[in-house]
Design a protein around this ligand. Structure first.
Ligand SMILES: C=CC1=C(C)c2cc3[nH]c(cc4nc(cc5[nH]c(cc1n2)c(C)c5CCC(=O)O)C(CCC(=O)O)=C4C)c(C)c3C=C
Ligand SMILES: [Fe+2]
Length: 443
Protein backbone atom coordinates (compact mmCIF):
# COMPACT_ATOMS: atom_id res chain seq x y z
CA UNK A 1 0.00 0.00 0.00
CA UNK A 2 1.36 3.40 -0.83
CA UNK A 3 1.81 5.85 2.00
CA UNK A 4 -0.46 8.48 0.50
CA UNK A 5 -3.31 6.01 0.31
CA UNK A 6 -2.88 4.87 3.83
CA UNK A 7 -3.10 8.51 4.92
CA UNK A 8 -6.56 8.73 3.38
CA UNK A 9 -8.00 7.02 6.38
CA UNK A 10 -5.43 7.62 9.07
CA UNK A 11 -6.06 10.06 11.88
CA UNK A 12 -3.93 10.71 14.94
CA UNK A 13 -6.55 8.69 16.75
CA UNK A 14 -6.06 5.69 14.55
CA UNK A 15 -3.85 3.88 16.99
CA UNK A 16 -5.66 5.03 20.07
CA UNK A 17 -8.33 2.37 20.06
CA UNK A 18 -5.93 0.06 21.82
CA UNK A 19 -5.58 2.72 24.50
CA UNK A 20 -9.34 3.01 24.76
CA UNK A 21 -9.70 -0.70 25.36
CA UNK A 22 -6.89 -0.62 27.87
CA UNK A 23 -8.47 2.26 29.76
CA UNK A 24 -11.71 0.31 29.84
CA UNK A 25 -9.83 -2.14 32.05
CA UNK A 26 -9.23 -4.72 29.34
CA UNK A 27 -5.81 -5.18 27.83
CA UNK A 28 -6.10 -5.25 24.04
CA UNK A 29 -5.36 -8.74 22.81
CA UNK A 30 -3.12 -8.92 19.77
CA UNK A 31 -3.77 -11.94 17.56
CA UNK A 32 -0.15 -11.72 16.51
CA UNK A 33 1.09 -11.78 20.09
CA UNK A 34 -0.14 -15.36 20.16
CA UNK A 35 2.78 -16.24 17.89
CA UNK A 36 5.25 -14.77 20.38
CA UNK A 37 8.84 -13.85 19.75
CA UNK A 38 10.07 -17.43 19.42
CA UNK A 39 7.61 -17.82 16.56
CA UNK A 40 8.67 -14.49 15.15
CA UNK A 41 12.24 -15.66 14.84
CA UNK A 42 11.14 -18.73 12.95
CA UNK A 43 8.85 -16.72 10.69
CA UNK A 44 11.57 -14.19 9.89
CA UNK A 45 14.06 -16.87 9.08
CA UNK A 46 11.64 -18.87 7.02
CA UNK A 47 9.82 -16.27 5.03
CA UNK A 48 11.84 -13.05 5.17
CA UNK A 49 10.60 -9.49 5.27
CA UNK A 50 7.02 -10.18 4.21
CA UNK A 51 6.43 -12.08 7.41
CA UNK A 52 7.50 -9.27 9.70
CA UNK A 53 3.96 -7.95 9.90
CA UNK A 54 2.63 -11.39 10.69
CA UNK A 55 5.03 -11.82 13.55
CA UNK A 56 4.95 -8.34 15.07
CA UNK A 57 3.08 -7.67 18.29
CA UNK A 58 0.47 -4.91 18.06
CA UNK A 59 1.53 -3.26 21.29
CA UNK A 60 5.24 -2.63 20.87
CA UNK A 61 7.43 -0.15 19.03
CA UNK A 62 8.78 -2.29 16.25
CA UNK A 63 9.29 -0.38 12.99
CA UNK A 64 6.34 -0.10 10.64
CA UNK A 65 5.57 -3.22 8.65
CA UNK A 66 6.43 -3.34 4.95
CA UNK A 67 3.94 -1.33 2.89
CA UNK A 68 2.36 -4.35 1.20
CA UNK A 69 1.24 -5.88 4.48
CA UNK A 70 0.66 -2.85 6.71
CA UNK A 71 -2.71 -2.64 8.44
CA UNK A 72 -5.22 -0.29 6.83
CA UNK A 73 -6.40 2.23 9.44
CA UNK A 74 -10.01 1.81 10.54
CA UNK A 75 -10.43 5.40 11.77
CA UNK A 76 -10.50 8.29 9.31
CA UNK A 77 -12.59 10.82 7.43
CA UNK A 78 -13.78 8.17 4.96
CA UNK A 79 -14.48 4.53 5.59
CA UNK A 80 -11.67 2.23 4.56
CA UNK A 81 -12.50 -0.36 1.91
CA UNK A 82 -13.56 2.25 -0.66
CA UNK A 83 -10.54 4.24 -1.87
CA UNK A 84 -7.95 2.17 0.02
CA UNK A 85 -6.03 -0.41 -2.05
CA UNK A 86 -8.05 -3.47 -3.02
CA UNK A 87 -7.19 -6.69 -1.20
CA UNK A 88 -7.28 -10.21 -2.65
CA UNK A 89 -10.41 -11.55 -0.98
CA UNK A 90 -13.94 -10.52 -0.15
CA UNK A 91 -16.68 -11.64 2.20
CA UNK A 92 -19.71 -9.46 1.68
CA UNK A 93 -22.80 -9.82 3.87
CA UNK A 94 -26.22 -8.19 3.68
CA UNK A 95 -28.20 -8.24 6.93
CA UNK A 96 -31.86 -7.84 7.75
CA UNK A 97 -32.89 -6.41 11.10
CA UNK A 98 -35.05 -8.78 13.17
CA UNK A 99 -38.69 -7.83 13.62
CA UNK A 100 -38.16 -7.80 17.39
CA UNK A 101 -35.25 -5.32 17.25
CA UNK A 102 -35.73 -1.76 18.49
CA UNK A 103 -33.86 1.42 17.69
CA UNK A 104 -32.03 1.05 21.03
CA UNK A 105 -30.97 -2.53 20.40
CA UNK A 106 -29.81 -1.58 16.92
CA UNK A 107 -27.72 1.30 18.29
CA UNK A 108 -26.25 -1.01 20.94
CA UNK A 109 -25.27 -3.48 18.25
CA UNK A 110 -23.71 -0.81 16.04
CA UNK A 111 -21.58 0.34 18.98
CA UNK A 112 -20.43 -3.22 19.61
CA UNK A 113 -19.79 -3.77 15.92
CA UNK A 114 -17.61 -0.67 15.75
CA UNK A 115 -15.43 -1.80 18.65
CA UNK A 116 -15.09 -5.26 17.15
CA UNK A 117 -14.32 -3.83 13.70
CA UNK A 118 -11.60 -1.56 15.10
CA UNK A 119 -10.06 -4.52 16.91
CA UNK A 120 -10.17 -6.95 13.99
CA UNK A 121 -8.85 -4.49 11.41
CA UNK A 122 -5.96 -3.89 13.83
CA UNK A 123 -5.28 -7.63 14.04
CA UNK A 124 -6.65 -7.90 17.56
CA UNK A 125 -9.18 -10.28 19.04
CA UNK A 126 -12.76 -9.26 19.69
CA UNK A 127 -13.59 -8.34 23.32
CA UNK A 128 -11.82 -10.53 25.84
CA UNK A 129 -10.59 -12.79 23.09
CA UNK A 130 -10.97 -16.35 21.91
CA UNK A 131 -9.33 -18.21 24.74
CA UNK A 132 -8.96 -15.85 27.69
CA UNK A 133 -12.46 -14.95 28.85
CA UNK A 134 -14.53 -16.51 31.61
CA UNK A 135 -14.40 -20.30 31.38
CA UNK A 136 -18.16 -20.44 32.06
CA UNK A 137 -19.06 -18.19 29.11
CA UNK A 138 -18.69 -18.57 25.35
CA UNK A 139 -15.56 -16.72 24.19
CA UNK A 140 -16.04 -13.20 22.75
CA UNK A 141 -14.03 -14.11 19.65
CA UNK A 142 -14.68 -17.24 17.61
CA UNK A 143 -10.93 -17.84 17.29
CA UNK A 144 -10.27 -18.89 13.71
CA UNK A 145 -8.08 -15.84 13.06
CA UNK A 146 -5.84 -16.48 16.08
CA UNK A 147 -2.22 -16.19 15.01
CA UNK A 148 -3.11 -14.50 11.73
CA UNK A 149 -2.13 -10.90 10.93
CA UNK A 150 -4.80 -8.32 10.08
CA UNK A 151 -4.09 -9.07 6.39
CA UNK A 152 -5.09 -5.49 5.44
CA UNK A 153 -8.64 -6.23 6.62
CA UNK A 154 -11.12 -3.44 5.96
CA UNK A 155 -14.74 -3.42 7.13
CA UNK A 156 -17.14 -1.07 5.41
CA UNK A 157 -20.73 -0.60 6.54
CA UNK A 158 -23.70 0.48 4.43
CA UNK A 159 -27.37 1.20 5.12
CA UNK A 160 -30.00 -0.06 2.66
CA UNK A 161 -33.26 1.69 1.63
CA UNK A 162 -35.28 -0.77 3.75
CA UNK A 163 -33.59 0.44 6.95
CA UNK A 164 -35.42 3.73 6.45
CA UNK A 165 -38.75 2.40 5.20
CA UNK A 166 -39.85 -1.19 4.71
CA UNK A 167 -42.99 -2.61 3.22
CA UNK A 168 -45.02 -4.66 5.70
CA UNK A 169 -46.89 -7.85 4.66
CA UNK A 170 -50.05 -5.73 4.16
CA UNK A 171 -48.17 -3.51 1.69
CA UNK A 172 -47.96 -0.52 4.06
CA UNK A 173 -44.60 1.26 4.24
CA UNK A 174 -43.33 1.25 7.82
CA UNK A 175 -40.81 3.65 9.37
CA UNK A 176 -39.46 1.09 11.86
CA UNK A 177 -36.71 3.11 13.47
CA UNK A 178 -37.85 6.70 13.00
CA UNK A 179 -35.31 7.19 10.20
CA UNK A 180 -37.60 7.85 7.22
CA UNK A 181 -36.91 11.58 7.16
CA UNK A 182 -33.16 10.91 7.15
CA UNK A 183 -33.18 8.73 4.05
CA UNK A 184 -30.96 10.27 1.38
CA UNK A 185 -32.77 10.99 -1.88
CA UNK A 186 -29.86 9.34 -3.67
CA UNK A 187 -30.58 6.06 -1.84
CA UNK A 188 -33.19 5.05 -4.39
CA UNK A 189 -34.79 1.68 -4.89
CA UNK A 190 -32.84 0.72 -8.02
CA UNK A 191 -35.01 0.51 -11.15
CA UNK A 192 -35.37 -2.75 -13.05
CA UNK A 193 -32.89 -2.87 -15.91
CA UNK A 194 -33.37 -4.69 -19.19
CA UNK A 195 -32.20 -8.31 -18.89
CA UNK A 196 -32.25 -8.38 -15.06
CA UNK A 197 -33.13 -11.77 -13.61
CA UNK A 198 -32.84 -10.89 -9.95
CA UNK A 199 -33.17 -13.41 -7.16
CA UNK A 200 -34.78 -11.66 -4.16
CA UNK A 201 -32.82 -14.01 -1.88
CA UNK A 202 -29.59 -12.55 -3.22
CA UNK A 203 -30.81 -8.95 -3.30
CA UNK A 204 -31.48 -6.07 -0.92
CA UNK A 205 -30.72 -5.90 2.78
CA UNK A 206 -31.21 -3.41 5.63
CA UNK A 207 -27.45 -3.22 6.30
CA UNK A 208 -24.32 -4.52 4.65
CA UNK A 209 -20.75 -5.10 5.67
CA UNK A 210 -18.04 -5.46 3.05
CA UNK A 211 -15.04 -7.34 4.49
CA UNK A 212 -11.91 -7.32 2.33
CA UNK A 213 -8.60 -8.90 3.31
CA UNK A 214 -5.65 -10.63 1.75
CA UNK A 215 -6.53 -13.81 3.65
CA UNK A 216 -10.04 -15.28 3.17
CA UNK A 217 -10.00 -16.68 6.70
CA UNK A 218 -9.58 -13.18 8.11
CA UNK A 219 -12.45 -11.79 6.01
CA UNK A 220 -14.76 -14.69 6.91
CA UNK A 221 -13.79 -14.44 10.59
CA UNK A 222 -14.73 -10.75 10.58
CA UNK A 223 -18.21 -11.28 9.12
CA UNK A 224 -18.82 -14.27 11.35
CA UNK A 225 -17.93 -12.32 14.48
CA UNK A 226 -20.13 -9.38 13.51
CA UNK A 227 -23.01 -11.79 12.83
CA UNK A 228 -22.40 -13.39 16.20
CA UNK A 229 -22.47 -10.03 18.00
CA UNK A 230 -25.64 -9.13 16.10
CA UNK A 231 -27.48 -12.34 16.97
CA UNK A 232 -31.07 -11.50 17.90
CA UNK A 233 -30.82 -8.05 16.30
CA UNK A 234 -29.82 -8.92 12.73
CA UNK A 235 -29.76 -11.99 10.50
CA UNK A 236 -27.62 -12.53 7.42
CA UNK A 237 -29.95 -12.17 4.44
CA UNK A 238 -27.37 -13.19 1.85
CA UNK A 239 -23.62 -13.21 1.52
CA UNK A 240 -21.00 -13.51 -1.17
CA UNK A 241 -17.42 -14.70 -1.13
CA UNK A 242 -15.08 -13.26 -3.74
CA UNK A 243 -11.55 -13.80 -4.95
CA UNK A 244 -9.30 -12.39 -7.64
CA UNK A 245 -10.14 -8.69 -7.37
CA UNK A 246 -11.35 -7.42 -10.72
CA UNK A 247 -10.33 -3.85 -10.20
CA UNK A 248 -7.36 -1.85 -9.20
CA UNK A 249 -7.48 1.32 -7.12
CA UNK A 250 -3.66 1.41 -7.10
CA UNK A 251 -2.39 2.90 -10.36
CA UNK A 252 1.02 1.19 -10.44
CA UNK A 253 -0.23 -2.28 -9.58
CA UNK A 254 -0.63 -4.94 -12.25
CA UNK A 255 -4.25 -4.99 -13.41
CA UNK A 256 -5.96 -8.23 -12.36
CA UNK A 257 -7.93 -10.39 -14.79
CA UNK A 258 -11.58 -11.40 -14.51
CA UNK A 259 -13.08 -14.86 -15.14
CA UNK A 260 -13.29 -14.04 -18.85
CA UNK A 261 -9.51 -13.68 -18.92
CA UNK A 262 -9.48 -9.90 -19.53
CA UNK A 263 -7.68 -7.28 -17.50
CA UNK A 264 -10.39 -5.60 -15.44
CA UNK A 265 -9.83 -2.31 -13.67
CA UNK A 266 -7.53 -0.63 -16.20
CA UNK A 267 -9.46 2.61 -16.32
CA UNK A 268 -10.70 3.05 -12.77
CA UNK A 269 -10.52 5.82 -10.19
CA UNK A 270 -7.23 5.56 -8.33
CA UNK A 271 -7.41 5.69 -4.54
CA UNK A 272 -4.69 8.37 -4.64
CA UNK A 273 -6.60 10.66 -7.01
CA UNK A 274 -8.23 12.93 -4.44
CA UNK A 275 -9.67 15.25 -7.10
CA UNK A 276 -11.48 12.42 -8.90
CA UNK A 277 -12.61 10.92 -5.60
CA UNK A 278 -14.11 14.28 -4.61
CA UNK A 279 -15.76 14.64 -8.01
CA UNK A 280 -17.15 11.12 -8.41
CA UNK A 281 -17.06 9.13 -5.15
CA UNK A 282 -17.57 11.14 -1.94
CA UNK A 283 -20.95 12.70 -1.17
CA UNK A 284 -20.39 16.44 -0.83
CA UNK A 285 -21.69 18.79 1.90
CA UNK A 286 -25.20 20.01 1.29
CA UNK A 287 -26.15 17.61 -1.47
CA UNK A 288 -27.73 15.07 0.88
CA UNK A 289 -28.26 14.63 4.60
CA UNK A 290 -25.29 15.70 6.74
CA UNK A 291 -24.69 12.16 7.93
CA UNK A 292 -23.73 11.16 4.37
CA UNK A 293 -21.18 13.93 3.79
CA UNK A 294 -17.88 12.16 3.08
CA UNK A 295 -19.71 8.91 2.50
CA UNK A 296 -20.45 7.08 -0.73
CA UNK A 297 -23.23 5.06 -2.36
CA UNK A 298 -22.52 1.42 -3.06
CA UNK A 299 -24.18 -0.68 -5.75
CA UNK A 300 -23.62 -4.43 -5.52
CA UNK A 301 -24.61 -6.65 -8.46
CA UNK A 302 -24.10 -10.40 -8.63
CA UNK A 303 -23.43 -10.92 -12.33
CA UNK A 304 -23.42 -14.48 -13.56
CA UNK A 305 -21.17 -15.23 -16.55
CA UNK A 306 -22.11 -17.85 -19.12
CA UNK A 307 -18.59 -19.19 -18.95
CA UNK A 308 -19.22 -22.25 -21.12
CA UNK A 309 -20.54 -20.11 -24.01
CA UNK A 310 -17.70 -17.63 -23.58
CA UNK A 311 -15.11 -20.40 -23.70
CA UNK A 312 -16.42 -21.48 -27.12
CA UNK A 313 -16.23 -17.95 -28.50
CA UNK A 314 -13.39 -16.94 -30.83
CA UNK A 315 -10.63 -14.67 -29.57
CA UNK A 316 -11.67 -12.01 -32.12
CA UNK A 317 -15.27 -12.01 -30.88
CA UNK A 318 -14.10 -11.90 -27.24
CA UNK A 319 -11.92 -8.88 -27.96
CA UNK A 320 -14.72 -7.20 -29.93
CA UNK A 321 -16.99 -7.56 -26.90
CA UNK A 322 -14.71 -5.36 -24.81
CA UNK A 323 -12.93 -3.31 -27.50
CA UNK A 324 -9.62 -4.23 -25.91
CA UNK A 325 -7.04 -6.94 -26.65
CA UNK A 326 -6.97 -9.95 -24.39
CA UNK A 327 -3.19 -10.19 -23.92
CA UNK A 328 -2.03 -6.63 -23.32
CA UNK A 329 -5.43 -5.15 -22.53
CA UNK A 330 -4.81 -2.32 -25.01
CA UNK A 331 -7.76 -0.44 -26.48
CA UNK A 332 -8.40 -1.16 -30.15
CA UNK A 333 -6.02 0.82 -32.34
CA UNK A 334 -3.57 1.27 -29.45
CA UNK A 335 -0.58 -0.80 -28.28
CA UNK A 336 -0.32 -0.41 -24.50
CA UNK A 337 -2.86 -1.09 -21.77
CA UNK A 338 -2.92 2.45 -20.43
CA UNK A 339 -2.88 4.25 -23.82
CA UNK A 340 -5.94 6.51 -24.05
CA UNK A 341 -8.59 4.65 -26.06
CA UNK A 342 -9.82 5.61 -29.50
CA UNK A 343 -13.46 4.73 -28.96
CA UNK A 344 -14.28 4.98 -32.66
CA UNK A 345 -11.85 2.13 -33.36
CA UNK A 346 -14.09 -0.19 -31.31
CA UNK A 347 -17.37 -1.80 -32.40
CA UNK A 348 -20.40 0.37 -31.55
CA UNK A 349 -21.57 -2.14 -28.95
CA UNK A 350 -18.18 -2.76 -27.29
CA UNK A 351 -18.41 -2.70 -23.49
CA UNK A 352 -15.59 -0.18 -23.03
CA UNK A 353 -16.94 2.14 -25.72
CA UNK A 354 -20.33 2.23 -23.98
CA UNK A 355 -18.93 2.52 -20.45
CA UNK A 356 -16.19 5.09 -21.06
CA UNK A 357 -16.72 8.56 -19.52
CA UNK A 358 -16.55 10.19 -22.97
CA UNK A 359 -19.74 8.38 -23.94
CA UNK A 360 -21.41 9.25 -20.62
CA UNK A 361 -20.97 12.99 -20.07
CA UNK A 362 -17.81 12.38 -18.05
CA UNK A 363 -19.37 10.16 -15.41
CA UNK A 364 -17.12 7.75 -13.51
CA UNK A 365 -17.65 5.14 -10.81
CA UNK A 366 -15.12 3.49 -8.53
CA UNK A 367 -15.23 -0.23 -9.36
CA UNK A 368 -14.12 -2.66 -6.65
CA UNK A 369 -15.51 -6.02 -7.73
CA UNK A 370 -14.39 -9.61 -7.19
CA UNK A 371 -14.75 -12.86 -9.11
CA UNK A 372 -16.84 -15.66 -7.66
CA UNK A 373 -17.46 -19.34 -8.29
CA UNK A 374 -20.18 -20.91 -6.18
CA UNK A 375 -20.12 -24.51 -7.40
CA UNK A 376 -22.40 -25.62 -10.22
CA UNK A 377 -25.96 -24.71 -11.11
CA UNK A 378 -27.43 -28.23 -11.25
CA UNK A 379 -27.26 -28.17 -15.06
CA UNK A 380 -23.54 -28.92 -15.23
CA UNK A 381 -22.54 -25.28 -15.59
CA UNK A 382 -20.30 -23.30 -13.28
CA UNK A 383 -22.13 -20.73 -11.17
CA UNK A 384 -19.39 -18.18 -11.74
CA UNK A 385 -19.10 -14.52 -12.52
CA UNK A 386 -18.39 -11.07 -11.24
CA UNK A 387 -19.57 -9.68 -7.94
CA UNK A 388 -19.65 -6.10 -9.17
CA UNK A 389 -19.18 -3.42 -6.50
CA UNK A 390 -19.25 0.25 -7.45
CA UNK A 391 -18.96 3.32 -5.23
CA UNK A 392 -20.22 6.69 -6.34
CA UNK A 393 -21.28 10.13 -5.16
CA UNK A 394 -24.86 9.81 -6.42
CA UNK A 395 -26.20 6.55 -7.86
CA UNK A 396 -28.93 8.37 -9.80
CA UNK A 397 -26.27 10.16 -11.83
CA UNK A 398 -23.77 7.31 -12.13
CA UNK A 399 -24.65 3.61 -11.96
CA UNK A 400 -28.25 4.07 -13.11
CA UNK A 401 -27.63 5.87 -16.44
CA UNK A 402 -24.53 3.76 -17.09
CA UNK A 403 -26.31 0.47 -16.50
CA UNK A 404 -29.28 1.66 -18.57
CA UNK A 405 -26.91 2.22 -21.49
CA UNK A 406 -25.12 -1.10 -21.00
CA UNK A 407 -28.35 -3.07 -20.53
CA UNK A 408 -29.70 -1.66 -23.77
CA UNK A 409 -26.84 -2.46 -26.13
CA UNK A 410 -23.68 -3.95 -24.58
CA UNK A 411 -22.21 -6.86 -26.61
CA UNK A 412 -21.30 -8.39 -23.25
CA UNK A 413 -24.98 -9.02 -22.47
CA UNK A 414 -24.94 -12.21 -24.53
CA UNK A 415 -22.52 -13.69 -21.99
CA UNK A 416 -23.77 -12.35 -18.64
CA UNK A 417 -26.89 -11.97 -16.54
CA UNK A 418 -27.48 -9.82 -13.46
CA UNK A 419 -28.92 -12.14 -10.78
CA UNK A 420 -28.54 -10.14 -7.56
CA UNK A 421 -28.73 -6.45 -6.71
CA UNK A 422 -28.44 -4.17 -3.70
CA UNK A 423 -27.91 -0.52 -2.92
CA UNK A 424 -26.43 0.96 0.26
CA UNK A 425 -25.52 4.35 1.67
CA UNK A 426 -22.06 4.05 3.24
CA UNK A 427 -21.57 6.91 5.71
CA UNK A 428 -18.36 8.85 6.30
CA UNK A 429 -15.64 7.25 8.38
CA UNK A 430 -15.54 6.75 12.14
CA UNK A 431 -13.02 9.41 13.05
CA UNK A 432 -11.88 8.29 16.48
CA UNK A 433 -12.38 5.66 19.17
CA UNK A 434 -15.61 6.19 21.09
CA UNK A 435 -17.48 7.12 17.89
CA UNK A 436 -19.51 4.42 16.21
CA UNK A 437 -20.86 3.30 12.86
CA UNK A 438 -24.08 5.20 12.17
CA UNK A 439 -23.65 7.71 15.00
CA UNK A 440 -24.43 10.70 12.80
CA UNK A 441 -27.49 8.94 11.38
CA UNK A 442 -28.98 7.80 14.69
CA UNK A 443 -27.61 10.60 16.87
C1 LIG B 1 -22.73 -0.37 -14.78
C2 LIG B 1 -21.44 -0.46 -14.82
C3 LIG B 1 -20.69 -1.67 -15.24
C4 LIG B 1 -21.04 -3.00 -15.19
C5 LIG B 1 -22.30 -3.62 -14.67
C6 LIG B 1 -19.93 -3.73 -15.71
C7 LIG B 1 -19.86 -5.12 -15.85
C8 LIG B 1 -18.76 -5.85 -16.31
N1 LIG B 1 -17.57 -5.34 -16.78
C9 LIG B 1 -16.75 -6.35 -17.16
C10 LIG B 1 -15.45 -6.24 -17.70
C11 LIG B 1 -14.78 -5.05 -18.02
N2 LIG B 1 -15.22 -3.80 -17.78
C12 LIG B 1 -14.30 -2.89 -18.23
C13 LIG B 1 -14.41 -1.53 -18.16
C14 LIG B 1 -15.45 -0.82 -17.57
N3 LIG B 1 -16.63 -1.32 -17.10
C15 LIG B 1 -17.39 -0.32 -16.57
C16 LIG B 1 -18.66 -0.42 -16.01
C17 LIG B 1 -19.38 -1.59 -15.81
N4 LIG B 1 -18.96 -2.86 -16.06
C18 LIG B 1 -16.64 0.88 -16.72
C19 LIG B 1 -17.09 2.24 -16.25
C20 LIG B 1 -15.46 0.58 -17.34
C21 LIG B 1 -14.35 1.54 -17.72
C22 LIG B 1 -14.53 2.04 -19.10
C23 LIG B 1 -13.48 3.05 -19.47
O1 LIG B 1 -13.48 4.12 -18.85
O2 LIG B 1 -12.68 2.81 -20.36
C24 LIG B 1 -13.22 -3.61 -18.82
C25 LIG B 1 -11.99 -2.99 -19.52
C26 LIG B 1 -10.84 -2.73 -18.64
C27 LIG B 1 -11.07 -1.64 -17.63
O3 LIG B 1 -10.96 -0.46 -17.93
O4 LIG B 1 -11.38 -1.97 -16.49
C28 LIG B 1 -13.50 -4.95 -18.67
C29 LIG B 1 -12.65 -6.12 -19.12
C30 LIG B 1 -17.45 -7.55 -16.93
C31 LIG B 1 -16.88 -8.93 -17.21
C32 LIG B 1 -18.68 -7.24 -16.41
C33 LIG B 1 -19.79 -8.12 -16.00
C34 LIG B 1 -19.69 -9.37 -15.73
FE1 LIG C 1 -17.17 -3.33 -17.08
Amino acid sequence: MDAENQQQNATPAATADATEEASAGRAPVSRRAVIGWAGAGVALGAAGVGSVAAATRQDDDTPAAPAATADIPFFGDHQSGIATPVQDRLHFAAFDISSSATRDSLVRMLKEWTKAAAAMTGGREVGSGAASGLPEAPPDDTGEALGLPASRLTLTIGFGPSLFEKSAPDGQMVDRFGLKARRPEALIDLPKFKGDNLDPQRSGGDLCVQACADDPQVAVHAIRNLARIGMGTVNIRWSQLGFGKTSSTTPDAQTPRNMMGFKDGTHNIAGTDTAKLAEHVWAAPGEGPDWMTGGSYLVARRIRMHIETWDRTSLKEQEDVFGRTKGEGAAYGRTKEHDAPDLKAMPDDAHVRLAHPETNDGLMILRRGFSFTDGTDGLGRLDAGLFFLAYQRDTRKAFVPLQQRLAASDALNEYIQHVGSAHFACPAGVRKPGEWWGQALFG
